[in-house]
Design a binder for this molecule. Structure first.
Ligand code: MSP
Length: 816
């Protein structure tokens, strides 16, 4: 039986300048989904490429004293190399200067003309000579000047061919209404319907005469075909569509893969993809793509931190410094697909340190070291079950199903959250089972082997599931675990707990993700930024100062004493070693914006600021903008245009960063809003990603007056939980100590507290306390203590009051 096909595309990138991390975002996302689909048995066609025509490219080439083709050849080579560096597995790469594409575009134009859907007329509008841009009246500044440069505009007329876009308004509305998945996230669908389609479309100017770097109109070579018609057609021409004007869809690849399953695009170009492109395909009598998914933007923090530290946004440099898997992980984990998110080097580094070095890296190295130390690397086959195994097996065993479900909805961040929940739960299992204590008792060898098998089995599943996101890490994990690399190609094996590992021989290898010293790293990054400022070729961004060259601005175009037995052993003692508490990830900024889960795919609401700001200009643009030719609707213009997206705010991060909901100390630091995402999601300003909170604190580090303060990341390492006192009793021969049994929401744990002089056991039972839940266990007077409760005391210790919770909240609730 023929495999099911899956066709996914990225936008084709303008080779007007080097690509930055924001561009890499779309392609990495498309690559993750392509890898996932291949692992699930699909015959995948993954297309990307470059959009090489148009006035902007022509001007850039002129400025560099080169022909447009020589100019783009150079940049395109760099783009291809970038995709190599990022481990992108595209099946095709289309250039709009490819001969076969140009021919197909001419055939498309001719066909539409022959059908009467293209006609010759005159474009009339406002023209800014220095900018060579057409504007509609409503797009002009309040005083009637060019919205870009503020200079005078003149009314102008240009001969142009028009596409009868208006004719397709009703069919488009009907299609969108009958196919709820056609435009995702849903917020973008509503925006297209309400702001563009329902008010009615005007016909679209689809040729230009004022420059010649483009595909010539086949029957009138004074005109070049409007660059968006040229560019959008790539999705079909790359499959061989349009080679034969008599039978445009004759090509076997087109027959096999069209219609596309999804076009991934940035939100600012959703309009072109959901209105112009489908209208052209309707006019040609071809099926429409199944889905257009408009993701949000990565924007740079515009606050002080960027100014003082700068941000390296050149993906090649970032990969060189941190490795490709770390960059891919960050891009897919940090920003829920569909929403905007802040990119910062510090957010990147904290993700690497917390998730990859601490959680995943430590889990692997501890496990492999123990298998090696206690069993010479090969686990015996005999098993002895114990109850802590159940929860681990269940959670890890179900992860695959959850990941499948989320990947089908393009919810990369939530899928990774699920995988890292399995990582945290496995780390917790190490703490629960204390292998190094079992190792001291010969009679517990079989149990020890079982514990270690469970750890390796978790890692097998985790490694398998990480493949779409991090292509190299799973192989490294499997190598250290002594597993057969072929197991990785069996995705479904990740859904089945209990695989026989045969005689797999574990052997420690390189540290997966070395911890990064943040302070040192910033100094280095700062040097890189300075080098760039002094003229070297490093893409960096300081969008707030407006001098970014790679402007990753989302415009897309152009923002007691610890005497635990075994402590100090291979894992640093029972309970230590960087294990999480099972829901580690829920504290993180990434999850905070888990609007993916709470508000449907991408939620879309998070970026409302950007989009709705854009509505003002965009609504009008729905009809007129489309006539204005490439300049008027190019991203740059859309974004920087006053009406468009209030670029200043998005780019400088005014709203994004300094917005009261986002960063104002309390929220960002207490995490109430930033972490729960409450304001982040509903907030008018933007989605807060972990970097936002960090930004405030990191900045303070520079100030001697604030020395000694910790970062939000330091704070987040302490896991504070609500705990309910179930039992309290005195400890014999220890006047100051009470033994407490606490319900921490997940299990019951014993904590020894030095509060016997201040509280009687009876008055404590039933109280809800604040527990430090990730403290390494210790023995106090021979009694195990697993955690610590918080209390306030005077300096002379005459008074002590425990910290209690004001009201009913279930045990286990996070204290932030
Ligand atoms: N050439 C057009 C697309 C034509 S598709 C038929 C174009 N090119 S672009 O190079 O400006 O942008 C390509 C993609 O990169 C867009 O989807 C855009 O949203 C995305 N991004 C550019 N900067 C970005 C961020 N800072 N963040 C996220 N995506 C960004 O538009």
């Amino acid at each position: 039986m023929a495999k099911k096909t899956y066709y996914i595309t990225t936008p084709i990138y303008y080779p007007s300048d080097k690509l930055h991390i924001g561009h890499a975002y779309t392609t990495v996302a498309a690559d993750a989904i392509s890898r996932y689909k291949r692992l699930r048995g699909y015959d995948v066609m993954f297309l990307t490429g470059t959009d090489e025509h148009g006035q902007k490219i022509q001007l850039a080439a002129n400025e560099n004293g080169m022909s447009p083709k020589d100019y783009v050849d150079n940049i395109v080579a760099g783009i291809r190399e970038l995709w190599n560096v990022l481990d992108i597995t595209n099946d095709r790469f289309i250039r709009t200067t490819d001969e076969y594409h140009e021919k197909a575009v001419q055939n498309i134009f001719q066909k539409l003309y022959d059908k009467g859907d293209i006609y010759k007329s005159e474009y009339e509008g406002w023209y800014c000579v220095p900018c060579e841009s057409f504007w509609t009246k409503t797009q002009l500044s309040d005083d009637g000047k060019c919205p870009d440069c503020g200079r005078d505009v003149e009314i102008t007329k240009e001969e142009s061919y028009f596409f009868r876009l208006s004719k397709y308004t009703d069919s488009l509305i009907e299609h969108i209404e009958n196919n709820p998945d056609f435009i995702q996230p849903v917020s973008r669908r509503n925006e297209m319907l309400n702001n563009f389609l329902k008010p009615g479309l005007d016909d679209l100017s689809v040729s230009r005469t004022t420059f010649d770097w483009g595909v010539k109109v086949p029957f009138d070579d004074k005109h070049v075909i409007y660059v968006w018609i040229d560019a959008l057609s790539n999705y079909a021409t790359a499959l061989g569509f349009g080679q034969d004007i008599q039978d445009m869809g004759a090509n076997a690849d087109y027959r096999k893969f069209w219609p596309a399953d999804v076009h991934l695009v940035g939100k600012e170009i959703v309009r072109f993809h959901t209105i112009i492109w489908p209208a052209v395909m309707l006019a040609l009598g071809e099926p429409l793509p199944k889905q257009i998914f408009g993701h949000g933007w990565l924007v740079l923090e515009g606050g002080k931190i960027s100014k003082s530290k700068g941000n390296v946004i050149d993906p090649v440099i970032l990969v060189e410094k941190y490795g490709v898997d770390a960059i891919r992980y960050f891009l897919l984990r940090e920003v829920p697909f569909g929403m905007d998110g802040v990119f910062s080097n510090e957010a990147l580094i904290s993700r690497i340190n917390s998730d990859l070095a601490n959680d995943l890296g430590n889990l692997l190295s501890r496990t492999v070291a123990m298998v090696d130390k206690y069993f010479g690397g090969v686990l015996p086959a005999e098993r002895e079950y114990d109850s802590p195994d159940d929860e681990l097996k269940q959670l890890v065993g179900e992860t695959c199903e959850r990941v499948n479900d989320l990947m089908e909805k393009l919810q990369f961040s939530n899928a990774l959250t699920e995988i890292f929940r399995a990582v945290s739960r496995t780390n917790k299992y190490i703490d629960e089972t204390c292998a190094w204590i079992l190792a001291k008792d010969e009679s517990k060898k079989t149990r020890l082997a079982t514990v270690l098998y469970n750890l390796t089995e978790s890692l097998r599943i985790i490694g398998t599931l990480l493949q779409p996101f991090m292509p190299s890490t799973p192989k490294k994990m499997f190598k250290q675990l002594g597993f057969d690399l072929n197991w990785l190609s069996d995705w479904d094996s990740a859904a089945k707990w209990g695989m026989d590992h045969g005689n797999a021989k574990a052997e420690s290898g390189e540290v997966l993700f070395p911890r990064i010293d943040i302070e040192k790293e910033f100094d280095e990054l700062e040097k890189l930024v300075q080098m760039k400022k002094s003229g070297s070729n490093v893409a960096s961004g300081d969008c707030s100062s407006g001098e970014s060259d790679g402007d990753c601005d989302g415009d897309g175009r152009e923002s007691d004493d610890g005497d635990c037995d075994g402590a100090g052993g291979e894992s640093g003692g029972c309970g230590s070693g960087g294990s999480g508490d099972g829901d580690d990830s829920s504290d993180s900024g990434g999850n905070s914006v888990g609007g993916e889960a709470s508000s449907g795919i991408g939620g879309g609401v998070g970026d409302g600021g950007g989009d709705s700001d854009s509505d003002k200009g965009a609504v009008k643009a729905g009809a007129n903008d489309m006539k204005t030719g490439k300049d008027a609707i190019s991203g740059k213009d859309m974004i920087s245009g006053k009406d468009a997206i209030s670029g200043k705010d998005m780019i400088s991060g005014k709203d994004a960063i300094s917005g009261k909901d986002m960063i104002s100390g309390k929220d960002a630091i207490s995490g109430k809003d930033a972490i729960s995402g409450k304001d982040a999601i509903s907030g008018k300003d933007m989605i807060s990603i972990s970097g936002v909170g960090n930004g405030v604190k990191m900045d303070e580090k520079k100030n001697s007056a604030t020395e000694g303060l910790i970062t939000i990341d330091d704070f987040k390492r302490v896991k504070l939980r609500v705990a309910l006192v179930k039992v309290a009793e005195r400890i014999s021969k220890a006047d100051k100590l009470l033994r407490l049994v606490l319900d921490d929401g997940e299990s019951e744990r014993q904590v020894v507290a030095g509060i016997a002089q201040y509280y009687s056991p009876e008055e404590l039972v039933g109280k809800r306390l604040v527990l430090v839940s990730n403290l390494a266990p210790v023995k106090l007077r021979g009694v195990d203590s697993n955690g610590m409760i918080l209390a306030a005391s005077t300096d002379d210790s005459t008074q002590l009051k425990i910290v209690t919770i004001d009201g009913d909240i279930p045990p286990g609730a996070t204290v932030r």
